[in-house]
Design a protein around this ligand. Structure first.
Ligand code: H79
Length: 473
């Protein structure tokens, strides 16, 4: 026994080094981290808010369309700091009503909110004694936006986290990213830093993160992004600040050193389940910061699918909205969120605190041909008809299209007890023949968005049947 423990510890050490390439390799168990993660694993669904000066140009600079992500405008159109800074004089979001935003998140069924406290452009949405480039000191609005949102969240029992761009800061000569005003970050050797990066980190980023953790009550999480030159000691300095001031605050997966959970790439949903805590940050159209020309809203059905897909794989869905410069969350995105929220009111048992699929074949399969996806990975042929999530003794089958009938429940050892539709508890007869259990639903299905069928079984966890010798069923 002791040998086994030692062996698994050694294995744990060995795995640390290969985790970077293989995020599905579990990390060694960390009781404190698991405790911090408890609420996060239950919550499943959060609201991301990208808001800043970039909402004013909204994708257009000096009458020219500036393509790409709205919040990347300064970078994409190489706007000098001296010009971009002028936006502060116009920033006056008088229609901002923090209670409306929290109410929207609650109507949407979202359990936490994460707002950009400072994006890559360097402008802070909060009062900062470290840099006057902030909403209180530099704009006619003069009020702390984060304080107002934090107070509304506290009043309504909503968890609040802060996005903070620790590495890129295009406003500062020693921050990463602004090559058009301040020259390249790195020498051509790719190793020698050309900016006094630690001056920026110690002079602005670290003290601002301290401010965020000190002045706004409990911070659910800090969402760092795009780690450049952050390895080792620099990342650890941020971790130390967070742990010292608010030990329960979660750190996302993009600090540069290991955080509390894994962040996927933007809009990336992995093909398979993982027991490690993770989160997909995602756009509801094709930008994070508001762009007036982007109305490519995902439909409520698409959002519901992504949510259940992510939950069935063990992750969280952090879905973004981009408010306008006046402080309004675009009506079309609010409508989508509320439609999904209504569906969650009836079907939330399948989502909140639900466990991963015990099966997996429903996700799809890797191509047997030599095809690659846009990221150069082996192509995964996703199957999007249904997903399954779990609670002890229960399987939640969520159907996004009418299933082939009869629908065959994947084989398992546990005895199946009963099935019913989640939204109205209407019983659904189970039929077992030759060891295979099936059910049929009356058509058309109840809900045009997605219909959840609960299947109850004996025991608390699914015991898989081992395939008979020789392989396939
Ligand atoms: O905050 C959101 C994005 O602004 C941020 N992450 C999410 C959560 C993000 N930062 N960097 N990226 C995403 C990758 C951005 C890549 C691109 Fe570009 C920006 C592609 C086009 C514009 C940089 C500049 C790479 C090519 C040109």
């Amino acid at each position: 026994m002791r040998k086994a423990v030692a062996a698994s510890f050694m294995l744990g050490l060995a795995l640390v080094s290969i985790r970077a390439q293989s995020p599905t390799v579990p990390r060694p168990y960390d009781a404190a981290r698991e405790k911090r993660l408890e609420w996060f694993r239950e919550a499943k669904y959060g609201m991301f808010i990208h808001w800043g000066l970039y909402a004013i140009p909204a994708g257009e600079w000096k009458g020219q369309r500036c393509l790409g992500l709205g919040e990347w405008l300064m970078n994409r159109c190489k706007v000098p700091v001296t010009e971009y800074e002028q936006l502060t004089k116009q920033f006056n979001p008088t229609k901002f009503n923090p209670d409306d935003w929290v109410q929207l998140a609650q109507d949407a069924g979202m359990k936490y909110m994460v707002i950009t406290s400072k994006h890559h452009d360097g402008f802070a949405l909060f009062k900062s004694s470290v840099s006057p480039y902030n909403v209180v000191d530099a704009t006619p609005y003069k009020k702390d936006l984060l304080k107002q949102l934090a107070d509304a969240c506290a009043r309504r029992g909503m968890r609040l986290g802060f996005y903070y761009s620790q590495s890129q800061d295009w406003h500062e000569k020693d921050g990463a990213g602004n090559t058009w005003d301040f020259g390249p970050d790195m020498a051509p050797d790719g190793k020698t830093e050309l900016k006094k990066y630690d001056d920026y980190l110690r002079g602005k980023a670290e003290p601002q993160v301290k401010e965020l953790l000190t002045s706004y009550g409990p911070v659910a999480l800090i969402w760092f992004d795009t780690p450049r030159n952050m390895a080792g000691e620099r990342g650890q300095r941020f971790t130390d600040i967070v742990r010292k001031i608010q030990p329960n605050t979660l750190i996302d997966g993009r600090l540069g050193t290991e955080g509390d959970y894994r962040s996927t790439g933007d809009n990336v949903i992995p093909p398979e389940a993982s027991t490690e805590a993770w989160e997909t940050p995602a756009t509801i159209n094709d930008t994070w910061g508001f762009r007036k020309d982007d109305t490519n809203w995902k439909s409520p059905g698409q959002v519901a699918f992504k949510l259940v897909d992510i939950v069935s794989k063990g992750g969280n869905y952090l879905l973004n909205v981009g408010p306008t410069a006046e402080g309004i969350i675009p009506q079309a995105s609010a409508d989508v969120l509320r439609t999904v929220g209504r569906w969650l009111k009836a079907n939330g048992d399948a989502v909140y605190d639900a466990g991963t699929s015990p099966f997996g074949a429903e996700f799809g399969e890797y191509t047997s041909k030599d095809a690659k996806d846009v990221r150069g990975q082996k192509l995964f042929l996703a199957n999007n008809e249904w997903r399954v999530t779990t609670k002890p003794g229960k399987l939640y089958f969520t159907f996004f299209v009418e299933p082939r009938t009869p629908f065959e429940i994947p084989a398992m050892k546990n005895k199946l007890l009963r099935a019913y539709r989640l939204a109205d508890k209407a019983p659904i007869p189970l039929k077992t023949e030759n060891g295979r259990t099936t059910f049929e639903m009356s058509r058309p299905m109840l809900d045009p968005m997605a219909t959840v069928v609960v299947v109850e079984y004996e025991g608390t966890h699914v015991e898989k049947l081992v395939p008979p010798e020789g392989g396939e069923w």
